[in-house]
Design a protein around this ligand. Structure first.
Ligand code: BTN
Length: 258
């Protein structure tokens, strides 16, 4: 297990990772980071765990990860962002993780709306953004990141769609190096995103998104939308052109249709 000194050693970030909390086992790093947010911990704090007993995924799903193989962490942020723009923070984290992983692996990473990162077309990273809103706007945001790094065996029901860096490249990665690369990219991109300027985030994210101009299906809880993915709107929603005209979607599972 890593110590917080080891994870911080050599890290030269300004905000992201200014304090690192390390757990061998925790219920969820996002839950812990929310507690830190509620007790006024300064932004930039990172909660890192080797194993989660109740790892949370998007849409109420679980995030399951083998002990000591992958990266499971959450970052507490207090960006100066209007509440209605908070969804862009998922794209901010995706763009930063994509840049870091490309650097570590030497291959292109794909961003899939809203929160997935893919290598060779399969998901190796998911991001779970949890926001705390105050009457005055966004109080804090928790950016939870799960990256499958060295795990070789995945549950049979997801091997068609999910993967790890090691499975795709045949190499093992130093998890500390990968974590530090991600925190460094998050810190760099936060310089503008933390002030509500998402222009760089949107351009970094968009150039890695392969679904624009293609037919997609968005599965929402009780219905499905089909159309062509056109672009992002100003607050990070996905604009789809469907038979009823253009509409923006903010949640759901997107798949390409041929
Ligand atoms: C998804 O793809 O559904 C999002 C998965 C996010 C998982 C990470 S692991 C670290 C952090 N803590 C959690 O409980 N979830 C996020």
């Amino acid at each position: 297990m890593y110590s917080k000194q080891e994870l911080s050693q050599g890290l030269t970030t300004r905000i992201v990772g200014n304090k690192i909390f390390v757990f061998e086992t925790i219920d969820s790093t996002n839950a812990c980071a929310r507690t830190l947010g509620d007790i006024d911990t300064p932004e930039g704090a990172v909660v890192f765990a080797d194993f989660q007993t109740n790892g949370r995924g998007r849409l109420g799903r679980m995030w399951i990860s083998e002990p000591e193989s992958n990266l499971l962490f959450s970052v507490l942020l207090r960006p100066a962002v209007k509440a209605e723009m908070a969804g862009l923070l998922t794209l901010y984290a995706s763009a930063a993780v994509a840049r870091a992983i490309e650097h570590c692996v030497g291959e292109s990473v794909e961003c899939k709306w809203p929160n997935d990162l893919l290598l060779h077309g399969k998901k190796f990273c998911g991001i779970l953004l949890e926001n705390s809103f105050q009457p005055s706007g966004l109080g804090y945001a928790i950016v939870g990141v799960g990256i499958n790094v060295n795990q070789r065996t995945l549950p049979a029901e997801i091997t068609g769609k999910a993967t790890s860096l090691a499975r795709e490249t045949g190499k093992e990665y130093d998890r500390k190096q990968v974590l530090q690369a991600v925190l460094t990219e998050m810190d760099a991109l936060y310089e503008s995103a933390g002030k509500g300027d998402f222009s760089r985030v949107v351009s970094e994210w968009t150039k890695r998104c392969l679904m624009f101009g293609k037919g997609v299906k968005v599965q929402q809880h009780d219905h499905t939308i089909e159309g062509t993915a056109l672009r992002l709107n100003n607050d990070g929603g996905l604009i789809i052109s469907s038979s009823g005209g253009e509409l923006a979607v903010y949640a759901g599972d997107v798949t390409l249709v041929s």
